[in-house]
Design a protein around this ligand. Sequence first.
Ligand SMILES: Nc1ncnc2c1ncn2[C@@H]1O[C@H](COP(=O)(O)OP(=O)(O)O)[C@@H](O)[C@H]1O
Ligand SMILES: O=C(OP(=O)(O)O)[C@H](O)COP(=O)(O)O
Length: 405
Amino acid sequence: MSYRTLDDLDDGQRVLARFDLNSPVSVGVVEDNRRFARHARTVRELVDAGHRVALLAHQGRPGRDTFVTLEQHADILAEYLDHPVEYVPDTYGQTALDAIEHLDASDVILLENVRMTDDELPERDPEEHSRSDLVQTLAPEFDAYVGDAYSAAHRRHASIVGFPLVMDAYAGRVMAAEYEANSAIATREFDGEVTMVAGGTKATDVIEVMTTLRDKVDNFLLGGVVGELFLRAVGYDVGRDIDENDLYESQWLANREKIADLIENHPSDLVYPTDLAYADGADERAEVTVAEVKNKDHDYLDVGSDTAEQYADIAANSEAVFVKGALGMFEDERFSDGTTRVLDAIAQGDCFSVVGGGDTSRAIEMYGMDEADFSHVSIAGGAYINALTGQPLPGVEVLKDDGEW
Ligand SMILES: Nc1ncnc2c1ncn2[C@@H]1O[C@H](COP(=O)(O)OP(=O)(O)O)[C@@H](O)[C@H]1O
Ligand SMILES: O=C(OP(=O)(O)O)[C@H](O)COP(=O)(O)O
C-alpha cells in the first residue's frame, strides 16, 4: 500500500486531524448531515487509541451567510461520538496553543474555523503552504497529521496540503474509503457491465464525467436535466426552459457539442428515457411517452414508469453502478419513482455501487434505504466529480508515499 492509514499510527500520540464538517447553515443554525456521522468514526478510533486529538475544519467562505464559527459543529460531533468535543475559539494563537498543551489522552478539541485565518484560503503549492504561519506554528505541537477531509481535497488550501509536507501524515478512514470507491471506475477492471446513472440538474458536470468515462462505461442511464438535453439533441422537443426556469438553455449551449460527440461516437452506450412524468392540471403525476411530446409544455420532473423499470433492470444486471445525479425531482414524492426504483434495484443486487452528490445521496435516507446496501455513499460533491473525471486531488496526492496511490 502506498499511503499510510490509521493502522500504521502508534497509539498515544498527539494528533492533528483535518476533517470536512462544512455543512448547510440555515439562519445561523448548522444543519446536521452525514459528514458528522462519517468523521465521528475516525475520531472514535483516535479516541480509543488514546491519542490527544486536535481537529481542524472549515465552514463556509468569508462573505457568505454560511461563514460561521465551529461552536455548533463541536456539539453535533460530540453527540455522534458520545464523547466531549471542546470547541476552542482560536485556530493557532495563544488560546489554541494553551488548549493543545492541556490535552490529555483521548481528549478532543475542535479548533476555530480555519478559513478565519489569512493563511488558509489562497490556492498555493504545498511547499509554499508548508511555510505559512499556520503550519509552522501548529506542526511542532503534534506527532502526526491525519488527513480525512476528502470532500475538500480538491482545494490546495494550507490545512489540506501544507501539513503533510512537514509532518508524519496518515489518511483517515473517510479519506481512504472515499478515495478507494470514487477512483474505482477509473482504476478497476470490472468483468461485467459498468453502468452510470447520469441525471440531476448539474448537466455540465455530468456531461464532463460522461466524456471522460465514455470508454469505461457500457450504459449511461439518462435522466433529469441531462436526459432532456440528450433527447433534445436527437430531435425531441424537450430540454428547454419554461418561464423563469433557467436549468436548460445555458447548459444546452455550453454542452451541445459534447453531447453531439457522445451521440455520434458512443450511441450504443446511451440509454434514453422513453417516457417522462409531469404534474397535470389537478397537480397529480401524469406521464407521456417521449414520442408523443410535440412541444415542451410541461416541466418534466421524473422519468416515466416504463423507463424506471428498464433502468432498474439494467442496473440490477450490471457488475458496477455509479450514480451521478437523480433521475427526477425525488424530494417531491410524486416524482421520486425513477430515482428510488433504480436505487432499490442497486441496493437489492450485489453489484459494486457508488452513490455520489450531496443532493442525490439524500434520497437514500429520505426513502428509508440502508446505506450499508451500497458499496459506498460519498459525502463529497466537487471532489467526487474530480475523481470521476480522473483529476488528481491535491489533498490526496500529498498523502501518498510514492506518488502512486
Ligand atoms: N427533471 C428535473 N427537474 C428538476 N430537478 C431535477 C430533475 N431531475 C432531478 N432533479 C434534481 O436533481 C437534484 C440532484 O442532482 P444534482 O443537484 O445535479 O446533483 P448532486 O447530487 O450532485 O447535488 C435533486 O435535488 C433533484 O430534485
Ligand atoms: O463542501 C465542500 O464541497 P462540496 O460543496 O463540493 O461538497 C467542501 O467543504 C469544499 O468547500 P468549498 O467548495 O467552499 O471549498
